[in-house]
Write a protein that binds this ligand. Structure first.
Ligand SMILES: Cc1cc2nc3c(=O)[nH]c(=O)nc-3n(C[C@H](O)[C@H](O)[C@H](O)COP(=O)(O)O)c2cc1C
Length: 179
């Protein structure tokens, strides 16, 4: 093991500490910080480097409340100061499948969740895809075209409480050399 590996590597602690945060203080998140989160999202790997995505950054209270209104498990959007909506744009993927674009955008979404943790912020994945009614709601609130897939809504804010990390490591889920 080299020194970096022994110390856990520069990003490993962020990965191990990340939790879904659903309670936020009223402190706003700056536009610059939200931009850093989106930049982290855009750093994700994508199939054939197509980067088939767009992001909607939302800070308007009415719009956040509007999103909360149609997302059954997204009520925390009613108190988060901001949200980033990750959208799969298959048109940008040069014939690549919808499934691959969704996988690519999932990588971007996880990057955003990890970047939020790294910056001391809280965030959570709120599902839109694959539910037709939820995607229709997000499209209608944000004016997203019908062919674009709003994958998830990520409320972002300063955590109101701290959540301890959970160790999810399960050795029985690992097969070695063969299943
Ligand atoms: C595809 C996906 C959909 C999710 N949908 C929601 C959701 O709609 N609302 C929510 O509060 N959390 C949602 N979550 C967050 C999970 O509930 C959370 O990751 C899980 O309970 C584990 O907790 P942790 O993130 O703190 O480790 C979702 C996570 C994923 C990956």
């Amino acid at each position: 093991m080299n020194a970096s590996e022994e110390n856990g590597g520069k990003g490993l602690q962020v990965i191990l500490d990340r939790r879904s945060v659903r309670d936020f203080t009223t402190e706003p998140v700056s536009g610059e910080t939200l931009d850093r989160l989106v930049r982290a999202g855009m750093s994700a790997p994508t199939a054939r480097n197509m980067q088939p995505w767009s992001f909607v950054v939302v800070t308007g209270r009415e719009t956040l409340d509007g999103l909360a209104g149609g997302l059954p498990y997204g009520k925390m959007l009613g108190t988060s100061p901001a949200a980033i909506v990750v959208c799969a744009v298959t048109e940008l993927a040069n014939g690549q499948s919808v499934e691959l674009a969704v996988v690519d955008c999932t990588c971007a979404s996880e990057n955003i969740l990890l970047a939020a943790e790294a910056l001391g912020l809280g965030a959570v994945w709120v599902a839109s895809y694959p539910y037709d009614d939820r995607m229709a709601h997000v499209r209608s609130v944000l004016g997203i075209p019908g062919e674009v897939i709003p994958l998830c809504v990520i409320p972002v804010g300063h955590p109101a409480t701290s959540k301890p990390p959970i160790d999810k490591y399960k050795p029985e889920r690992i097969h070695r050399e063969r299943w």
